[in-house]
Ligand binder design. Structure first.
Ligand code: C5P
Length: 398
């Protein structure tokens, strides 16, 4: 529930603005309070009256409305909320935010606020993929701005691709993750997921078959319990979950740097299938056959062990560090030894022999090993395993 929590909802001017009315309804239903702010362009898509009626509060539209300034100045307005949500965040609004412009009420509030900000971008696919939007997004993420979406699909303009506003329910879930009173609210958890790609040259790489399904399901389950999740993901098959801070990486070295950059955290869960080896001196240009018939010699070097690094941190170690162990034989014995060797608190072990269908499949059968011993859970969907593991993490951090 969002009881007593106030959200400043900035509605940008895009065709998706109508969906923000449904978002207002969801926030109100959960007991949250809302102050909507419409940009001038937004008023062309939804009326201030409908936003005000659904929000049950006054709607603000213009910086230079002196009556409003007398009632509540823009500085106070920007700071009276627990969270500022921008939905839809248009390319224009994102550019203003990234550039620090403040030429209307919405952009001024975003400059003046000291409250966490969550954006839900929505725009034409070409605009989303434009280098300027990418630059702006990188700046906003660097400033710690949270993001939900955009989704991929058919767009009002007749094109297809990423750029659709995330569904109101997904934006609401992301709000709940930040403000809701779940057992993990206020806890920051870092999750790694997916494979890593280790380049051989600009077009070839060494990889593994991890889909990222278990790490993604776990991150989603943690968000549902209210955790603030930083999701460090290699190039996975499945899309990252909604409501997390995504840090996309390719290599193990990048993953380690991203994890270190995301700390401090209350817990860290390492579900990624990190490549053990990288190619030393990867070629900067595509390796060509030289006509001799001899293959190129690849020199491999060991990758950093991210789990062991974090488990063995002398200062700032997360209170709970969880590793995974994919084994094909003697699962419990190997995983128990791995827990001791790496220095983590728990190891979630599973048998990934091809006949189990677990690697790349929808189900998992795990044994959780902690200081007390091993506990084997019945085979279940990766989503259910994630839910149970998230519950155990919540108990441990309580
Ligand atoms: O040693 P092994 O790869 O089996 O260990 C698996 C566990 O260690 C997983 O939790 C995985 O995410 C983590 N790991 C890591 N960095 C590595 C190798 C594994 O974080 N370089």
């Amino acid at each position: 529930m969002l009881n007593g929590k106030r959200i400043l909802l900035i509605i940008g001017g895009g065709i998706a603005a109508y969906k923000s009315l449904e978002l207002i309804r969801l926030i109100r239903k959960a007991g949250g309070a809302l102050t909507p702010v419409l940009t001038r362009a937004a008023t062309e898509f939804v009326t201030p009256l409908s936003a005000s009626a659904l929000a049950g509060d006054k709607v603000y539209t213009d910086l230079f409305d002196l009556t409003d300034e007398a009632e509540m100045g823009h500085i106070e307005l920007s700071r009276s909320a627990d969270l500022v949500v921008v939905a839809p965040a248009t390319a224009d609004l994102m550019a203003k935010m990234a550039g620090g412009q403040a030429d209307d009420l919405a952009s001024t509030l975003l400059m003046a606020t000291d409250t966490p900000v969550l954006i839900a971008p929505a725009m034409n696919v070409r605009m989303w993929e434009h280098p300027a939007t990418k630059r702006n997004l990188a700046l906003l993420e660097g400033d710690g701005i949270g993001r939900v979406g955009p989704d991929e699909g058919d767009m009002a303009c007749g094109e297809f691709g990423p750029g659709r506003l995330a569904e109101p329910q997904a934006i609401f879930d992301a709000i709940m993750a930040r403000l809701g009173d779940g057992p993990l609210s206020g806890k920051h958890i870092v999750v790694t997921s997916g494979p890593t790609h280790e380049p051989i040259d600009p077009v070839r790489y060494i990889a593994n078959r991890s889909s990222g399904a278990q790490g993604t399901a776990l991150a989603a389950a943690l968000v549902r319990l209210g955790a603030d999740v930083t999701f460090v993901t290699g190039p996975a098959d499945v899309a990252p979950p909604q409501g997390v801070r995504v840090v996309a990486v390719e290599t193990a070295d990048q993953m380690l740097a991203a994890v270190q950059g995301a700390l401090p955290a209350d817990a860290a869960v390492f579900a990624a299938a990190v490549a053990d080896w990288k190619v030393l001196g990867a070629s900067g240009s595509k390796i060509k056959k030289d006509g001799s018939g001899a293959p190129p010699a690849l020199a491999l070097g060991e990758n950093p062990d991210i789990l062991a690094n974090v488990s063995q941190m002398e200062t700032g170690r997360p209170a709970l560090v969880v590793g995974f162990a994919a084994e094909t034989d003697d699962v419990i014995a190997h995983a128990t030894a791995k827990r001791a060797r790496k220095g983590c608190d728990w190891i979630v072990a599973n048998d990934v022999s091809p006949e189990t269908g677990i690697m790349g499949g929808d189900e998992n059968a795990v044994t959780v090993i902690d200081a007390q011993g091993a506990e084997t859970w019945p085979r279940a969907s990766k989503v259910d395993v994630a839910r149970r593991l998230a519950g155990k993490i919540a108990e441990a951090l309580a």
